[in-house]
Design a binder for this molecule. Structure first.
Ligand code: NZQ
Ligand code: ZN
Length: 386
């Protein structure tokens, strides 16, 4: 196991009805900006619960943060923060709203010329404007980590940022929010969290026995929960296990002391930036071909996953590893998620080169746990996913 430091200061308040605890979590002496997405919270009752809990606080609202949060929208929110002298932000939404708020947390205190530099120059944020979250969609883990991804449609860029100053102070995770999620978002959440675990687990054996077991536990739980929550989003036991699995998949714990990959995400972000495909669906397209391409380097862990998660015990390491990739792809299909780029767009011919060029321009020239996924290799992986 590698040496590591773990710092995860976010307080999680988990369970049904816990949104009412907001009043004890939000600072009383600051102006609050409550940020949300396209309006789902006004239809499912979450907005009312939040506003009721914040009665007596000085609250300004900013709605309209899109899925794959848009830089230009966030820059309008930044104006509100400065004009209203906001001292605390509350994100009420899924990964897009929470990520948007993380960008704003950094941008509000940024002293440089153009906040886009935070993303383009990969500037880490050590101190941000404080914020908390009410999670409405289990998927990204953004509620308990310090990373964010921002989209800029005008330049077709989707870039990540982060730093120890960007943890939410608290996140309220009430699994009953899952009830109003459309099947498409539930399927997305399962695949996103599943892939987060895979990016931190599917590398090579590194004597991190506990991290492996926790990762396998999350993968198994997601597979167990998937049919139940897809069939009935008001199944509270399934929703609670789904939500906590998503948080645990990307809150830092399974990443410590082990090599990590993240090439699937970095390549997949280009598919969202260019075609607007949902984040999770881009992962489902890239993951099978990435693992097929990197088969020799990943086969031991693939076989371990086959045995411990998928209960595949017969065959050689190679046979188990191949079956593991096939079964993972079938799992995505079982959720109604296509795994070929050509099933999402007919603009795919030549796109592999576009990805290679984009990775060069973003300085991502050595991806993967061995740093051997060059833009040429990434292009080959994309071609294999056509
Ligand atoms: O905008 P509204 O109207 O609220 O509707 C949203 C949105 O259309 C809807 N929704 C959310 N909660 C709902 C609901 N509908 C009904 N009932 C509810 N309770 O769901 C739609 C999608 O929301 P979004 O926040 O975009 O989804 P998700 O949580 O999957 O976030 C995706 C974004 O997170 C980034 C992705 O790249 C993408 O931009 N990621 C962030 C990560 C992180 N910060 O650690 C890691 C991930 O790998 C990922 O990259
Ligand atoms: Zn993801």
């Amino acid at each position: 196991m590698r040496n590591f430091e773990l710092y995860v200061p976010t307080k999680i308040v988990f369970g049904q009805g816990e949104i009412r605890k907001l009043s004890a979590l939000v600072p009383k002496d600051r102006k609050i900006l409550m940020l949300y997405g396209g309006g789902s919270i006004k239809k499912n009752g979450i907005y009312d619960q939040v506003m009721e809990a914040l009665a007596g606080f000085e609250v300004t609202e900013f709605g309209g943060i899109e899925p794959n949060p848009e830089y230009t929208t966030l820059m309008r929110a930044l104006e509100v923060i400065k004009r209203e002298k906001i001292g605390f932000m509350l994100a009420v939404g899924g990964g897009s709203v929470i990520d948007g708020v993380k960008f704003l947390s950094s941008a509000a205190l940024y002293e440089g010329y153009d906040p886009w530099e935070i993303l383009a120059k990969k500037i880490r944020t050590h101190v941000g404007l404080p914020f908390g979250a009410v999670l409405t969609l289990p998927a990204t883990g953004s509620e308990m980590n310090s990373g964010a991804v921002v989209n800029r449609s005008e330049t077709r860029e989707k870039l990540s940022m982060g730093g120890p100053g960007l943890f939410p102070q608290f996140s309220i995770c009430d699994p009953s929010v899952v009830r109003s999620l459309p099947p498409r978002q539930i399927a997305n959440g399962i695949v996103d969290a599943f892939t987060h675990v895979m990016e931190q687990y599917m590398t090579y054996p590194a004597d991190a026995w506990l991290q492996d077991r926790i990762s396998e536990g999350i993968l198994k739980t997601l597979m167990e929960v998937a049919p139940r929550i897809m069939a009935d989003p008001s199944d509270y036991a399934a929703a609670a296990n789904f939500m906590w699995s998503c948080t645990m998949a990307l809150n830092g714990y399974i990443q410590k002391g082990v090599p990590t990959d993240w090439s699937v995400h970095m390549i997949a972000h280009e598919l969202t930036a260019h075609f607007g495909i949902d984040h999770a669906r881009t992962l489902a397209v890239i993951l099978p071909s990435a693992y097929t391409h990197q088969f020799e380097k990943k086969k031991e862990k693939l076989a371990q996953y086959a045995e411990r998660v998928l209960d595949i015990h017969a065959g050689t390491v190679e046979e188990k590893a191949r079956q593991a990739i096939d079964r993972t792809e079938s799992f995505f299909h079982s959720l109604g998620i296509d795994t070929r780029l050509s099933e999402y767009t007919d603009q795919y011919p030549g796109f592999a080169q576009t990805v290679a060029d984009a990775l060069v321009s973003h300085g991502m020239t050595h991806l993967g746990e061995h740093k051997d996924i060059t833009p040429e290799v990434a292009a080959r992986i994309v071609e294999m996913a056509y």
